[in-house]
Design a protein around this ligand. Structure first.
Ligand code: GBH
Length: 511
């Protein structure tokens, strides 16, 4: 009996050992499912310019950039001038053959003060024109309601830390649904609320640049954004879904957190890090209306050690949990990179990041990019998609952003082609693993205003000359490559596995 058990155990262990890590899986020569959607993405402040035109109000990014804190003192005042050049942008997309375009709406064009009584028809008209142009070119619009450009007047009364923002956000969403919803069928309430709350109200790298209470304010910000998201989702569900028949969700950013070692402490730490970042927002919305258990435990434990009577992590009421749970129609995911996570007790100061007891590192062998935080780790996307499948019961999922930067904006961007080849192939592998991925959106259509880094980090499939007042666009090799990929809907199956399908530089050869 014991011998049989021992044999079984041996078998199990050897199976485990023979499992191929995602990082070692070979390239998959195969097509995507026929329904798969291919697009590119941008965001209002990063491309539009026209910051004070046609009644637009000031946003926190206008104020932040005008304070001269951005690299090279850049601002988004003109950016790619897409406010004037949107028709040209649509033609660039048409040339690539994309199915959809993900863009964002500037709240300050619609309600310049942030409140409904300041409605500005000229601002709404810009998006009506853009949506009409997309429709005329058979490109499906995917609209983000909030990509970080909060009306400054709402920030003046506390921004995302003041829960009155919830009602204003709901009014704004309601107005946009009612005016654009006949033609827009894919909505995202928020882009990466993690960045808004941690970079905006935790470490002050982004607007509004607050860092007074990094162990308190990011949690309050998230609490208000999650409730705002849920209100907007219900507004759509109650008032518009029946007639407009669209889909609405949120888009969350997540890195893949790979355990530093196989120790149970490091595996738990990597899981905890994922819960603290992605689970912070996804757990309430996609699971049970509440924060992840491990996050509640850790923030409570740390708060207690500080001598606080209650946890710094706010609590949802039972009614709020019911209101929040299930407010999605799909999973929106922005993904760029991977880190190693190890367990590490840490109480040096009080903040959201120190609440996690983790140590985060990267592998020096991973290729770097034009952005210090972005290491090229294609297999991490497959691991992350499988984690989401398991954790959130395999929702329909759109990759709403993925891409890579360089500093020079070269048109011969083989580096970017290699990045996309690797990451997109891992999306295909994840589909083979059973993940319900329905679409992929490349960041970005254009080189644009890369937030704190200004115009110095370029993610575009098209080059933009920011020294020329006309902001001319030029097609990079990656855009031509993307066009072929879309046209083939992935990669041709290999007829003869031995024949080389790569250029010596690693680029895949088509046809
Ligand atoms: C996304 O953020 C955004 O949605 C998009 O707007 C952005 O252009 C794109 O990715 C590329 O960054 O170096 O201190 O300034 C991804 C998350 C947030 C990660 C900003 C890098 C910069 C930190 N990114 N962060 S800093």
């Amino acid at each position: 009996m014991a011998a049989v058990l021992q044999l079984l155990l041996l078998f199990a262990v050897s199976n485990l050992c023979s499992a191929v890590h995602h990082k070692d899986a070979p390239f998959l020569h195969k097509k995507f499912p026929p329904y798969f959607m291919w697009g590119t993405a941008t965001a209002s402040y990063q491309i539009e310019g026209a910051w004070n035109v046609s009644g637009k109000g000031e946003s926190i990014w206008d104020k932040f950039s005008h304070a001269g804190v951005i690299h090279n003192q850049d601002t988004g005042d003109v950016a790619c001038d897409s406010y004037n050049k949107y028709k040209e942008d649509v033609q660039l997309m048409k040339e690539m053959g994309v199915t959809h375009y993900r863009f964002s709406i500037a709240w300050t064009r619609i309600f310049p003060t942030g409140k409904a009584d300041s409605y500005n028809a000229a601002g709404m008209q810009y998006y009506k024109d853009l949506v009409a142009e997309l429709k005329n070119n058979s490109i499906i619009p995917m609209a983000t309601l909030y990509h970080w450009d909060l009306p400054q007047q709402l920030e003046d009364v506390g921004g995302w830390l003041n829960d009155t923002v919830i009602e204003h956000y709901r009014d704004y969403a309601d107005r946009v649904f009612s005016e654009l919803g006949d033609d827009v069928k894919l909505w995202l309430t928020f882009n990466e609320p993690f960045v808004t709350c941690w970079l905006g109200y935790g470490i002050a790298v982004h607007a509004p640049g607050k860092y007074e209470k990094p162990g308190v304010d990011p949690y309050i910000c998230a609490h208000n954004i999650i409730r705002s998201h849920a209100k907007a989702w219900h507004t759509y569900d109650d008032k518009y879904r029946e007639s407009q028949r669209g889909k609405i969700s949120i888009t969350l950013d997540a890195d893949w957190k790979e355990p530093k070692t196989n120790s149970s402490a490091d595996r738990a730490a990597a899981e905890r890090a994922e819960q603290f970042k992605l689970g912070w927002f996804a757990h309430p919305i996609y699971k049970n209306g509440d924060y992840p258990k491990v996050m509640k435990e850790f923030v409570a434990k740390k708060s207690k050690a500080q001598g606080l009577p209650v946890s710094r992590l706010p609590q949802f009421t039972e009614a709020e949990k019911c209101m929040i749970k299930g407010t999605y129609d799909f999973f929106g995911l922005n993904h760029y990179t991977t880190q190693y996570v190890a367990d590490k007790e840490d109480s040096s100061y009080v903040s959201y990041d120190k609440d996690q007891d983790i140590d985060v590192t990267v592998d020096p062998n991973w290729a770097s990019s034009g952005s210090s935080w972005l290491k090229v780790v294609p297999w991490g996307l497959r691991s992350l998609l499988n984690w989401i499948k398991y954790e959130y019961n395999n929702p329909d999922l759109y990759v709403t952003e993925n891409g890579v930067s360089d500093k020079n904006g070269t048109l011969n961007d083989t580096f970017r082609i290699n990045f996309y080849n690797g990451y997109i192939n891992n999306v295909l592998k994840a589909i083979d693993d059973g993940c319900n991925v329905k679409g992929y959106t490349a960041w970005s259509l254009l080189d644009n205003f890369e937030w704190r880094q200004g115009y110095s980090e370029k993610f575009g499939l098209h080059y933009v000359d920011f020294d020329d007042p006309d902001r001319p666009r030029e097609t990079k090799d990656s855009a031509k490559w993307f066009k072929k990929l879309i046209n083939t809907n992935g990669w041709e199956e290999l007829k003869d596995a031995s024949s080389p399908k790569y250029h010596p530089d690693g680029r895949l050869v088509f046809g």
